[in-house]
Design a binder for this molecule. Structure first.
Ligand code: F6R
Ligand code: MG
Ligand code: MG
Length: 368
């Protein structure tokens, strides 16, 4: 019997915040849950987990319809529209914020919501970690993905597990030119780093095993301001990573988050801040609308069913990272509106520069 591939889709959107951009109201979550339950009983999806981080709702779904399925994407779109209706009724902040199109047209990518999907033949035991981040951008996954799949100081399996020592392939997307390139690692890590060290433009989208081209990780790379051509909120990315048996172990996948690396986002999508790993009980940004945060949900997949989630950062082994993130937040905040706490001019999502420049233009004189 030929085993059929399973598809894991994680689709997230901010369709209204409670209060401001900090959380999602329980009634919106209940609406999403209701729609997911219907989709499961109708057979559209095999299983689901309704999740969230900050002001974003995440639909985690398993099905056999492949990636980029119009049916699955339309279901997600409709669900977000229904949650938007609830958000409007409750006057939630920015109701429908991430739904950038008037109606669904075939593929939800490019229409606002963030999408990470992968199809694979389920292994006898299939441990998967899903990461959801709020108040940051898709390039936030570059650093942790590099550490997981390319850095032996993070992933000792690259050195001592014969199933991993050949390394991995990483697909990188250029969000500005809309192009992709695949790097074979470790041979090409220096070339890779030239690009992914600039996460506002170059984003790791997928990771594959070298021998069989099996998918190991997939991220959302949608950048809302590039889609809409104007600031419409932060992209708040999602990431799926398969673990164990020739792939990084669960602990190797979590390890990069012990370093709260600095990401773009935070206040007004125009700030730099540490990405703080938190439990799902602490996923609601507060101070200065942040700091940016990430939750990790662990599942064992069993015949398409999502057994879980386990709240992976709900553990004292990440307490130091959280403390470090808070110390870094203190330090960065003391810079106020100065770079590098504030993003460079060209990356800011809010700016008064054009207006101020226009108002003052006659006062500028040659400096010689
Ligand atoms: C950042 C974010 C918030 C808002 C800020 C201003 O991603 O969502 O920091 O940018 O609260 O929001 P508005 O302009 O909606 O008042
Ligand atoms: Mg919001
Ligand atoms: Mg958000």
């Amino acid at each position: 019997m030929v085993q059929e591939k399973l598809t894991l889709s994680v689709i997230k959107a901010d369709v209204g915040g409670f209060v401001g951009h900090s959380d999602v109201h329980p009634e919106l979550l209940a609406k999403a849950e209701e729609e997911l339950a219907k989709a499961k009983s109708s057979g559209l999806i095999i299983d689901y987990c309704r999740s969230k981080v900050g002001d974003d709702i995440a639909l985690i779904m398993t099905h056999r319809k492949g990636t980029d399925s119009a049916e699955i994407h339309e279901f997600a779109w409709d669900t977000f529209e229904k949650a938007t209706e609830v958000a409007k009724k409750l006057s939630q902040y920015g109701a429908g914020q991430d739904l950038l199109s008037d109606g669904f047209s075939g593929n939800i990518k490019g229409m606002g919501p963030g999408v990470a999907e992968m199809s694979f033949l389920e292994r006898p035991s299939e441990p998967v970690l899903i990461f959801l981040a709020d108040k940051t951008e898709p390039g936030a996954w570059n650093y942790p993905l590099y550490k997981m799949f390319c850095d032996p100081f993070n992933t000792i399996g690259l050195v001592i597990d014969p199933k991993m020592s050949m390394g991995f392939k990483l697909r990188v997307d250029d969000l500005v030119e809309n192009k992709k390139v695949v790097f074979s690692c470790p041979e090409e890590i220096y070339d890779l780093l030239v690009f992914i060290g600039a996460p506002s433009r170059f984003v790791v989208n997928e990771v594959y095993t070298k021998e069989t081209g099996e998918i190991a990780a997939a991220s959302s790379t949608q950048k809302l301001n590039l889609i809409a051509g104007r600031y419409v909120g932060k992209d708040d990315p999602v990431l799926i990573v398969r673990c164990q048996s020739g792939l990084p172990a669960v602990g190797e996948v979590l390890e990069p988050f012990s370093m709260p690396h600095i990401v773009a986002g935070w206040m007004r999508g125009s700030s730099h801040g540490p990405l703080m790993p938190v439990s799902t009980k602490q996923d609601t940004p507060a101070r200065f609308d942040g700091p940016p945060r990430v939750v990790s949900l662990g599942f064992q997949i069993a015949d398409g069913h999502l057994i879980g989630p386990r709240d992976m950062f709900d553990d004292p082994s990440f307490d130091n990272s959280r403390q470090q993130a808070l110390d870094m937040a203190d330090y960065l905040r003391r810079h106020g509106p100065f770079e590098p706490a504030r993003l460079p001019l060209e990356e800011m999502e809010y700016t008064t520069m054009p207006q101020v420049m226009a108002r003052l233009k006659d006062r500028f004189e040659p400096a010689t």
